[in-house]
Design a protein around this ligand. Structure first.
Ligand SMILES: [Cu+2]
Length: 314
């Protein structure tokens, strides 16, 4: 073997080794909770089904190449069978994603091979009802290459998930057909972060003027796509599926299909305080809950959107 070949082989070995060192096993355990939850800022309760007791469920964040060791627990006290479908996994729908009865638990493992922002959800029948009652969440797979010019490090990060709210007691068949639809949920509540349209709203997203705000967005609606638009702003970069390789620049309104995720970067003007309304521009949706206010102010709350606090909750 000549010297050149030897050097090349060594380089490949080092590269493979370093990737092994950076990839790790991540243990994730989620308990399904069927419980009454506030679905608006007034505290109106509905019976919801959840991953971990919140809508959306906990944000799972791993790195491309990591192996996720997942455990789903369905306690005896629950009434329904449930399952877990990670869109970031390549497995067997009848095996790993199969449902489990109350009192059972289940483990499975997958490698997160593609970077991006992926939905996870319950797939137990009737799937429409399980999703519409709140059984969804987000798994972020950070790219193994990290940040670069094409995928800059953001100053702040938020997760926003839009979902449907149906009237209490709506049958699964009606949910599938869109009958009994009541409102849009943003991270589990109608007008969750919109003090403009809801006097009871206490939270809003915040940043400092000029910062790069990254929104990891997932559409958990049953049937309808989301026309995601930042009023008084332009998406600086949009990454389809959250993958840095799928970048678009200077976008106004981007359709996000049901059960899809995208990453949106917004940079506000530097030298003044401004406000944006991040809306689903389908007006039926916007005016029934799907508006999120982003304040870009000098006297911002320094902690919001930092240190892994991606979902704002009260
Ligand atoms: Cu379920």
């Amino acid at each position: 073997m000549n010297l050149k070949k030897n050097i090349l082989l060594s380089a490949i070995c080092i590269l493979a080794l370093s990737q092994q060192v950076f990839a790790k096993d991540v243990n994730v355990e989620i308990t399904v909770k069927e419980l009454e939850l506030s679905i608006d800022n007034k505290g109106t309760k509905q019976m919801m089904w959840t991953f971990g007791g919140t809508i959306p469920g906990p944000v799972v964040r791993v790195k491309e190449g990591d192996v996720v060791n997942f455990k789903l627990i369905n306690p005896k006290s629950n009434k329904q069978s449930h399952s877990m479908d990670f869109h970031a996994a390549q497995v067997d729908v009848l095996d790993e994603f199969g449902e489990i009865k109350p009192g059972k638990s289940k483990k499975f493992t997958f490698e997160a091979k593609y970077p991006g922002v992926f939905m996870y959800h319950c797939g137990a029948p009737a799937m429409s009802e399980h999703i519409a009652r709140g059984m969804y969440g987000v798994i972020i797979v950070d790219p193994k290459d990290g940040y670069n010019k094409n995928y800059p490090k953001p100053d702040r990060e938020y997760v926003i998930v839009e979902g449907d709210l149906f009237k209490e007691g709506t049958k699964a068949e009606d949910i599938t057909m869109g009958n009994g639809w009541q409102a849009s949920l943003i991270n589990g509540k109608v007008f969750h972060y919109d003090p403009v349209h809801d006097e009871n709203a206490e939270l809003s997203l915040q940043s400092k003027p000029g910062e790069r705000v990254r929104i990891f967005f997932v559409n958990a609606n049953i049937n309808e796509s989301v026309a995601f638009h930042p009023i008084a702003g332009i998406w600086d970069k949009v990454y389809d599926n959250g993958n840095p390789k799928n970048v678009k620049y200077g976008m106004q309104t981007v359709d996000v299909a049901p059960a899809h995720g995208m990453t949106f970067d917004l940079i506000s003007p530097k030298n003044r305080d401004t406000n944006n309304a991040l809306v689903n521009h389908r007006m039926k949706r916007a005016l029934n809950g799907a508006i999120t206010i982003l304040l870009n102010h000098e006297d911002y709350d320094g902690k919001k959107g930092k240190d892994g606090k991606l979902v704002l909750r009260d």
